[in-house]
Design a binder for this molecule. Structure first.
Ligand SMILES: Cc1cc2nc3c(=O)[nH]c(=O)nc-3n(C[C@H](O)[C@H](O)[C@H](O)COP(=O)(O)O)c2cc1C
Length: 391
């Protein structure tokens, strides 16, 4: 990892070390990948104001998210099948996040289960839920998350139907990978990856196996999942979740101000401005372009989190300047995991923190709370909206 200086270096290593089907699964987006590209292109386009001769010797990256103290304004996003990028992937990422003092979010579609991650960590993590047709499963998995002392629920609402990812179909990307000659040859050249997966605690959907009647093997579970996405999902279900989940509620997948207002009305503690990393509605706006409108629509009682395209510390500053309280990091840490397991995730977090610190210094900023629109070229006269925090 000595020569790794940026997230792109981790991406290159990830591509080299992990079978193509899984790398592409992480790297790709839906359909023509327009929105995936827009997430990066639009964020890169934002220019920061260089300020000089400001005393920035007492900088701090620390802040709070939903009242929780964090060492930097970001958390690890929920990522399905993390344990197929590296054996025990969810456990390793959660441990790296805990060590770094930032929250980790476990996906419903994880390989390691809620209980596996709880056993391997000492601090509460966040749990992400997809509400599927089988509401009994949703209820059951929520009690498991509460039992495991998960401190927040991230309710993902942008996946009622699945956006097609061409790369996954072409690669035969399933769990386990479809047995194709190309896959066998490819996997055969990745012995370290195989060894890690073989040693891993779980090789199936950890949160589902043993909790869905009659679906004991990985193939039947994968088919069950496909049939369980629920096009009938509505705001009523959010109300239902709000009533049965005892902790903080974060609604993830908001891109439109009207939806943001609805989430606030139903009592969300936070929302995540997200287009699922360009993996769902292709043609949707980039998250960074949607952020200011959504942030404005949300009152001061609900925190605005952001994800999509964050690859540098400067990107974190850009998102915070445009109204986010904190960000979720997706691929940036998955690349780290694929590149080097837990050390790779720690490296990704360290890179982002260092870049954030330098960006703050060169924009004349000492505290995360001071990052506002005035830090952006063209935003000189705009003031950061004052937000009262809940709880
Ligand atoms: C490989 C992969 C799997 C994902 N799985 C989930 C998931 O299980 N649940 C969820 O809410 N979001 C999921 N997402 C979306 C992320 O949580 C996040 O919104 C997105 O990755 C942010 O964009 P970024 O990767 O550019 O940082 C996934 C994203 C990727 C790349």
């Amino acid at each position: 990892m000595k020569n790794v200086t940026c997230i792109e270096d981790l991406r290159v290593l990830h591509r080299r070390r992990v079978p193509r089907a899984f790398f592409d699964y992480a790297d790709g987006g839906s359909y023509s990948e327009e929105t995936l590209r827009a997430n990066r292109a639009d964020i890169e386009h934002i220019r920061l104001r260089q300020r000089v001769l400001v005393d920035v010797s007492s900088r701090s990256l620390a802040t709070t998210i939903l009242g929780q103290k964090v060492s930097a304004p970001f958390a690890l996003a929920p990522i399905g099948l993390t344990g197929m990028q590296h054996g025990n992937g969810e456990i390793l990422a959660a441990q790296a996040a805990e060590e770094a003092g930032i929250p980790y979010t476990l996906s419903t579609m994880s390989i390691c289960s809620i209980e596996d991650v709880a056993e391997a960590t000492t601090k509460p993590f966040w749990f992400q839920l997809y509400v599927i047709k089988d509401r009994g499963f949703s209820k059951d998995v929520l009690s498991r998350a509460a039992e495991a002392k998960c401190s927040a629920l991230v309710l993902t609402v942008d996946l009622q139907v699945l956006g097609q990812r061409h790369r996954d179909i072409k690669n035969g990307m399933t769990v386990p990978p479809e047995i194709r000659l190309a896959n066998i040859i490819d996997i055969g050249t990745k012995p370290a990856w195989i060894w890690g997966i073989l040693k891993g605690k779980s090789k199936t959907f950890g949160n589902l196996a043993g909790h869905v009647k009659g679906m004991e093997n990985v193939n039947s579970l994968a088919q069950w999942i496909q049939s369980q996405f629920d096009p009938a999902l509505s705001w009523k279900d959010v109300e239902w979740i709000k009533n049965i989940w005892p902790g903080k509620l974060i609604i993830k997948g908001i891109l439109d101000p009207e939806d943001a207002k609805m989430a606030v009305k139903l009592g969300a503690d936070a929302i995540v401005v997200s287009n699922h990393g360009g993996r769902q509605l292709d043609g949707a706006p980039s998250t960074i372009s949607a952020l200011p409108g959504v942030a404005q629509a949300v009152g001061s009682d609900t925190e605005v989190l952001f994800d999509g395209g964050i690859r540098t510390g400067a990107d974190l500053v850009r998102a915070l300047a445009l109204g986010a309280r904190a960000c979720l990091i997706g691929r940036a840490y998955v690349y780290g995991l694929g590149a080097g397991g837990r050390a790779g995730v720690s490296k990704a977090i360290e890179i982002l923190k260092n870049e954030l610190s330098v960006t703050m210094a060169l924009t004349g900023t000492n505290r995360v709370a001071d990052i506002g629109p005035n830090i952006i070229v063209g935003g000189e006269t705009k003031k950061k909206p004052t937000r009262k925090r809940k709880g």
